[in-house]
Design a protein around this ligand. Structure first.
Ligand SMILES: Cc1cc2nc3c(=O)[nH]c(=O)nc-3n(C[C@H](O)[C@H](O)[C@H](O)COP(=O)(O)OP(=O)(O)OC[C@H]3O[C@@H](n4cnc5c(N)ncnc54)[C@H](O)[C@@H]3O)c2cc1C
Length: 346
């Protein structure tokens, strides 16, 4: 079998890159062994503002434009709904925070994202005496539907190998790539935290930040917006809500922990007063990077070997943006932005 690309990983990074390949009619196959689950568990939220400090996300405008276009195309092509345009309300915990918000909303790079109206709380099940500020251009991608749909599509086309990619079985001779019976012009690694097993790129400073989320069932809560307090509370339908997430830098496993559950429940209990039941808990490792920028680029020796990683805490927005840059770089020779290029670590 001959293909233009082998892609290792079918998380948000892998799917975003494959969507570029599909748009340009490239042939490709995908390997995934489900060894990482950052995308599988992700809350799927996109939001152009850092809500702790009221600053814009790096390249927020460009990221949103490219990402929303990709999800829209995805919905059209595969006839599924993945993009839910849900508002995010930031809960204020003091008058000082309200003031900080209103001075931020005056800044040119934030004014289109932060509402200037103070929203009063009218829901008796929410604790928010200082009210909320609304963030515009936010939403939630149903990453599970995105991934399931894509896997089904790839399986139908016989392009999906549900197997571990064994790095030592990749033969690289004079620039030709061969893996078993497969000959490829290029290979792109989108393995998330799995990069640490990859002999070609494991030297890159991917740190990894474990995160855990709960799903709760809260029939009395009745909110149709994302509530941001000490944690996010994200409505997902049927009176269920995602609560999260935690950030832990020392543990690097996919095990759920009681410690994280307690931490999330303690924070949640400062936000809502009604009763609820925890119905699920999940964990994953975010592919975070030392300088908080993605890891994109070409292997220093093998010219047809590439990496697309380091999507960090915001894969939904940044994935399509960097996938497009990598594709344009490979196919049209357009230089990568210096800030995302792995050359910065060489
Ligand atoms: C708890 C939690 C909540 C989050 N919430 C959000 C959110 O609300 N919004 C947001 O934008 N981001 C969120 N994120 C971050 C987001 O999940 C990541 O940025 C994103 O999923 C990274 O995608 P990825 O494709 O790079 O990596 P991954 O999702 O880890 O995908 C890598 C894939 O490669 C496969 N793989 C690895 N090695 C091999 C191999 N040798 N052979 C075959 N397959 C291999 C793995 O099985 C995996 O499927 C969250 C993350 C966590 C953990």
């Amino acid at each position: 079998m001959q293909v233009d690309f082998i892609v290792i990983g079918s998380g948000i990074a892998g799917i975003s890159f494959c969507e570029q390949l599909r748009a340009y009619h490239k042939t490709f196959i995908v390997f995934d062994d489900h060894s990482q689950q950052s995308s599988t568990v992700a809350g799927g939220l996109y939001n152009p503002v850092v809500l702790k400090r009221f600053t814009p996300v790096w390249r927020s405008k460009e990221q949103l434009e490219i990402a929303l276009q990709m999800y829209q195309t995805f919905e059209r092509e595969f006839d599924v709904k993945v993009d839910y345009k849900v508002p995010v309300l930031r809960k204020f915990s003091s008058l000082e925070e309200q003031n900080d918000w209103f001075s931020a909303s005056d800044k040119p790079d934030l004014s289109e994202y932060l509402s200037v109206n103070l929203i009063k709380n009218t829901n008796k099940n929410i604790n928010a005496s200082f009210g909320f500020g609304e963030v515009f251009n936010t939403g939630r991608i149903d990453v599970k539907v995105l991934m399931d749909t894509y896997k089904k599509f790839l399986l139908k086309e016989s392009r999906f190998f549900e197997a571990k990619f064994k790095y030592d079985e990749l033969a690289v001779t004079n620039g030709d790539l061969k893996y078993g019976e497969i000959e490829a012009k290029n290979i792109v690694f989108t393995e998330g935290f799995g990069i640490h097993q990859n002999p070609f790129f494991k030297g890159l400073p991917l740190l990894g930040t474990k995160g855990e989320l709960l799903t709760i069932h809260a029939p009395d809560l009745k909110i149709d917006f994302v509530l941001k307090g000490p944690v996010f509370l994200i409505p997902i339908g049927h009176d269920n809500y995602i609560v999260g997430a935690t950030y832990h830098w020392e543990e690097r496993t996919h095990e759920i922990t009681l410690k994280a559950k307690d931490e999330l429940l303690t924070k949640l209990n400062t936000m809502i007063t009604c009763s609820f039941k925890v119905i699920d808990q999940v964990a994953g490792i975010r592919p975070t990077v030392k300088d908080r920028r993605p890891l994109v680029g070409k292997h220093p020796v093998h010219q047809n070997m590439f990496v697309l990683n380091g999507l960090g805490t915001r894969g939904v927005m940044i994935g399509p943006y960097v996938a497009k840059q990598l594709f344009n770089h490979i196919e049209f020779g357009i230089p990568l932005e210096a800030e995302i290029d792995i050359k910065r670590f060489q």
